[in-house]
Design a protein around this ligand. Structure first.
Ligand code: CTP
Length: 399
C-alpha cells in the first residue's frame, strides 16, 4: 500500500482509442494502491473496452454516456467533478484534447473536464501523424498553459502498424504523475538532494566482477520520494536491474572509485545526502586484462581498500545534512552509533539485513534511525516507498 494513494478519489476518463484497453490495467493498479476509482467513458471508448470490465475492476458504476440509465447526467458530471481528488484522461484522443483546449463540453467526459477543479492529467494516444499535427500540438500546448498536466506518449509500434510517437505512456509513468499530484507535502521545494544507491561492481577481469546483494530499491525509493516532495534530486547509482525513478537526474556508475568521483563532484551543490549505496570496501589490486583461465591450483585475488565515500563527505561537511545507512547482521546499535560518530553524520539508519522480510532484495524495510542529537526513531516494517517518506519526515525536522 502506498500512502499517497490511500483513500484518494481518482476519476479516470477514457476516450475512444485502441489504448483504451490499458485503462483496465491502470484501474486495477490504482485500486491495489488503495485509491477509489470512478470511470467516465466516451461513447466511442465503450466500443473498445466494455464498461463492465471497468465496473468490475473499480467496484463502482461506470459513467459512459450523456443519457445513461440514471438520466441524471446534468447532476452526474458535477458530482463526479467534485468527487475527484485528481482526474486523469487515459487514453486522451485528439478529439477530447481538442474539445478541452477549446472549452467544448458536449458529452459527459468533456463536460466533467470543464466542471472539475481537480488537477487534471491528459495522457494522449493516437497515430503519429495525428499526434504531430500542428493543431494537436497547439492544443496540447494550450492545455499546458491552462495548467493541465500532459504525460507525453511513448514511441513504438502503433496499432495502425506505423512506428513512431503516439503510444499511450506506460502505466507506471501515469501512476508516477498521479503520485506527484496526490502527495500533498511539497516540503523539499528548493532543496537539492544527493542519493546514492545500489551496489558497486569491482572488476576482476573482462568477464568477472565482485559485487554485493544490494538491489538499489531503498535508494531509488528515497530519490523518488524526495522528487515527489519537490526537491531537485541527483541519484548516483551503481548497476541495478530496476527502473530508475522519474524526474531525477541519474548518474550511473560502476565501481566504488567512480561513485566516489561522481558523489564528491555533486556534494558542494547538495543540501542533504542519503548514502544508501552498498559500496564495496575492497577492489581487486591487479585487474586482469584478459579472462583468467582456470587451472588445477587455487588462485588468490589480492584486494585493496576502496575510499570510504561517506567518511570523506563527513570530513569535508559544511552546510550539508548527511544520512548514512548501516546494514548489519549483528550488534546493530553499537556498529551504527560508531559509524554515526566516526563518519561525522547527522543520521544513520540501522537495519538488520539478516532477515528475509526486510533489507537488500526485499520490497520492505524496517530499521532504527539514530540522530546525532540523541533522538532515536524506530520505523516498523513497511513498503520501501513509505519507509523512504518516514526517513525524510524525520530528517526534515532537523533542518
Ligand atoms: N560507505 C561509503 N563508502 C564505502 C563504504 C561505505 O560511502 N567505501 C557508506 C555506505 O553508503 C553507508 C555507510 O557508509 O551509508 C555504512 O556502510 P557499511 O557498509 O554498513 O559500513 P562500512 O563503513 O563499510 O563498515 P563495515 O563494512 O565494516 O560494516
Amino acid at each position: 500500500m502506498n500512502s499517497s494513494f490511500t483513500g484518494k478519489n481518482i476519476l479516470l476518463g477514457i476516450s475512444g482509442g485502441i489504448a483504451a484497453y490499458k485503462a483496465a490495467d491502470l484501474t486495477s493498479r490504482l485500486i491495489k494502491l488503495g485509491s477509489n476509482v470512478k470511470v467516465v467513458m466516451t461513447k466511442n471508448a465503450t466500443r473498445f473496452i466494455h464498461p463492465l470490465t471497468l465496473e468490475s475492476l473499480s467496484g463502482n458504476q461506470v459513467y459512459h454516456d450523456t443519457f445513461q440509465s440514471t438520466e441524471r447526467y446534468d447532476i452526474e458530471h458535477i458530482a463526479l467533478a467534485k468527487w475527484a481528488d485528481v482526474f486523469v484522461i487515459a487514453p486522451a484522443t485528439a478529439n477530447v484534447i481538442g474539445k478541452a483546449a477549446c472549452g467544448i463540453a458536449d458529452d459527459l467526459l468533456s463536460t466533467t473536464i470543464l466542471a472539475t477543479e481537480a488537477k487534471t492529467i491528459f495522457a494522449p494516444a493516437m497515430n503519429t501523424v495525428m499526434y504531430q499535427k500542428r493543431v494537436v500540438q497547439d492544443n496540447l500546448k494550450k492545455l499546458e498553459d491552462f495548467g493541465y498536466v500532459i504525460i507525453p506518449p511513448g514511441k513504438g509500434r502503433l496499432a495502425c502498424g506505423d512506428w513512431g510517437e503516439g503510444k499511450l505512456a506506460d502505466v507506471d509513468d501515469i501512476i508516477s504523475a498521479l503520485e506527484e499530484i496526490l502527495w500533498e507535502k511539497k516540503d523539499l521545494v528548493g532543496k537539492r538532494i544527493l542519493v546514492t544507491a545500489g551496489p558497486t561492481n569491482e572488476t576482476i577481469d573482462p568477464v568477472r566482477f565482485i559485487s554485493n546483494r544490494s538491489s538499489g530499491k531503498m535508494g531509488y525509493a528515497i530519490a523518488k520520494a524526495c522528487a515527489i516532495r519537490g526537491a531537485t534530486v541527483d541519484l548516483v547509482t551503481g548497476p541495478t536491474s530496476i527502473d530508475p525513478p522519474k524526474g531525477v537526474n541519474i548518474h550511473s556508475v560502476e565501481s566504488a572509485k567512480e561513485m566516489y568521483n561522481t558523489t564528491i563532484g555533486l556534494y558542494s551543490y547538495s543540501d542533504i545526502v542519503f548514502k544508501a549505496a552498498a559500496v564495496a570496501d575492497y577492489r581487486v589490486q591487479e585487474v586482469a586484462t584478459d579472462k583468467i583461465k582456470k587451472g588445477s591450483e587455487p588462485i588468490t585475488l589480492k584486494l585493496e581498500r576502496n575510499p570510504d565515500i561517506l567518511l570523506e563527505l563527513g570530513r569535508t561537511k559544511k552546510h550539508q545534512i548527511l544520512v548514512g545507512f548501516a546494514a548489519e547482521t549483528q550488534e546493530l546499535e553499537q556498529y551504527a552509533l560508531r559509524k554515526l560518530k566516526d563518519k561525522n553524520l547527522d543520521f544513520i539508519l540501522a537495519n538488520d539485513v539478516s532477515t528475509k522480510r526486510s533489507g537488500f532484495q526485499s520490497d520492505f524495510n524496517q530499521g532504527i534511525l539514530y540522530c546525532i542529537n540523541g533522538d532515536v526513531e524506530t520505523i516498523p516494517l513497511m513498503d520501501k516507498e513509505d519507509f523512504a517518506h518516514r526517513i525524510i519526515d524525520e530528517v526534515i525536522k532537523y533542518i
